[in-house]
Design a binder for this molecule. Structure first.
Ligand code: ZN
Length: 60
């Protein structure tokens, strides 16, 4: 159950241990399939965070 994450940029499933790149944003760690996805995310994190927010829960 643990160790799986979704690349917020391309939507690919990644395993936390084998993720090519990680980035922390607003207290959450995001995992990426490649460094290019990480770069895209860091250029415009809010664009990709919007998709995550829809899952429910919110910042406090
Ligand atoms: Zn990706």
């Amino acid at each position: 159950m643990f160790g799986k994450a979704k690349d917020p940029v391309c939507g690919m499933k990644v395993t936390e241990k084998t993720a090519a790149a990680t980035s922390e944003h607003m207290g959450r760690v995001h995992y990426f399939c490649s460094t290019s996805c990480k770069e895209k995310f860091e250029k415009n994190p809010t664009k990709y965070m919007k998709m995550e927010e829809r899952k429910g829960g919110c910042c406090g």
